[in-house]
Ligand binder design. Structure first.
Ligand code: NAD
Ligand code: DAU
Length: 378
């Protein structure tokens, strides 16, 4: 595969995938396609924007005509689809935008890819439509062990290293029934079904992966970890939803990007792969680790900012626990997470503190001018 479109490439995960592909595959043409919503930030890709195999296209994935033309003009062989509205809290306030982008946008890409690829003599040969989804489509797992089960139970399912204490015996596996609860996860579930339908109906070579919570550099500061790092730095309150008892399974974003690379190239068509870190944490515990790390790196007394923790009204329909079983991916394609959580969180906090300008330009709104300055009129 030579000509690849990565949608949502200016977002958090997308920018890591673009960077990895641009650097690792100089023989490919990598087209980063993004509408640049509030979540898209071309500053995330500053280090690759001059690479000869990189191109940025500003486009809405709902624009069928424009995407069909791009497929033709650039002779696209592969699509890695990350563009989405991604924040659960926003979906609770504005579900329509989520249905438009996540459902209709995905359908629009599928139909354009179908028409273009079916018009070629080789049809679907050598083509691939890879859709990035979330563990949230599976719903929520029970917290059968609210105090946590110490290792080795939590490592039983893990092929690699130590895992954090697990909070229940069950994991999401690839065959777990879909039961989305939030408008965000309902829209992602719908898009997953459309992708699979294009394989089952038209024979399009598709793959879907469902990943757990990512953390790392370049995440928009509406999400828990970057929001809290920034608030701790400025000594602002840390709004913990409910009792802070909800459990999430955290994966370093570069490990997700590596998984996407492996699956895009070697994954089996029509398969689903779960991607996760075997790394379950209660929100309140992760928040305490973040506070201590920020304090230490800023030269404050470790833990002195614990008083910023502020319990607030819970998120509506807040899922209790997510935990991914990624053994299929480990077994079949040899991928596994490379970073222990403590190492990943240290790296992450350090990155946000070292890149304060990146954060300040987002919180001030300056970052939205980058496109005008760098690309308009090119
Ligand atoms: P993000 O919000 O940081 O980035 C989304 C990107 O999509 C932005 O650059 C935005 O400008 C772009 N976009 C939004 N609407 C668009 C449209 N209509 N047309 C073109 N571009 C548009 O999101 P993220 O956290 O990087 O997530 C990327 C993908 O991974 C999403 O599909 C999300 O559902 C999935 N995912 C995220 C996580 C996570 O923890 N962040 C975990 C599993 C799966
Ligand atoms: O599980 C994968 C999903 O992870 C992705 O599909 C989503 O795109 C991504 O946004 C993320 O969803 P979450 O809702 O889990 O992430 P968020 O960072 O918003 O919240 C993490 C947990 O922290 C969640 O239980 C809610 C809680 N939280 C969040 C915020 C922003 C708080 O307690 N306070 C906060 O201010």
């Amino acid at each position: 595969m030579k000509n690849i479109v990565i949608t949502g490439g200016a977002g958090f995960i997308g920018s890591h995938v673009v960077r990895l592909f641009v650097n690792k595959y100089p023989e490919y043409k990598i087209i980063c396609l993004d509408k640049l919503t509030y979540a898209g930030n071309l500053e995330n890709l500053k280090d690759v924007e001059k690479a000869p195999n990189y191109k940025f296209v500003r486009m809405d994935i709902c624009d069928f005509e424009a995407f069909y033309k791009l497929m033709q003009d650039e002779q696209i062989d592969g699509i890695i689809h990350l563009a989405a509205e991604s924040h659960v809290d926003r979906s609770i306030k504005d579900p329509f935008t989520f249905a438009r982008t996540n459902v209709m946008g995905t359908l629009s890409l599928l139909q354009a890819a179908k028409l273009y690829w079916e018009s070629l003599p080789e049809k679907y040969e050598g083509k691939r439509f890879y859709h990035i989804s979330t563990d949230e489509v599976y719903g929520a797992l029970e917290m059968t062990h609210p105090e946590g089960i110490p290792a080795p139970f939590s490592t039983v399912a893990s092929a690699s290293g130590e895992a954090h204490a697990a909070y229940g015996e069950e994991f999401f596996v690839e065959t777990t029934k879909y039961m989305p609860h939030s408008p965000y996860s309902a829209s992602k579930a719908s898009s997953d079904h459309f992708v699979r339908a294009y394989h089952d109906t038209y024979g399009m070579p598709t793959i879907v992966t469902n990943c757990s919570n990512n953390y790392g550099p370049y995440q928009f500061p509406e999400k828990l970890i970057p929001l809290f790092i920034n608030n701790i730095r400025h000594r602002k309150p840390l709004p913990v939803y409910g009792k802070g008892e909800n459990v999430r399974d955290w994966l370093f974003v570069e490990d997700h990007a590596r998984a996407i690379d492996v699956i895009f190239h070697r994954g089996t068509i029509a398969e689903t792969y779960n991607i996760g870190g075997f790394n379950e944490w209660k929100n309140i515990d992760i928040i305490k680790v973040v506070i201590k790390t920020v304090d230490r790196l800023l030269g404050r007394k470790e833990g002195e900012d614990m008083n910023l923790i502020t319990y607030v009204t819970d998120r509506l329909g807040h899922d209790a626990r997510y935990a991914i079983d990624s053994r299929k991916l480990q077994r079949e394609l040899g991928w596994e997470p490379s970073l222990q959580f403590e190492e990943g969180i240290e790296k992450t906090v350090r990155w946000y503190l070292d890149n304060q300008e990146w954060m300040d330009r987002i919180t001030s709104g300056e970052y939205e001018k980058y496109y005008e300055d760098m690309y308009k009129g090119r």
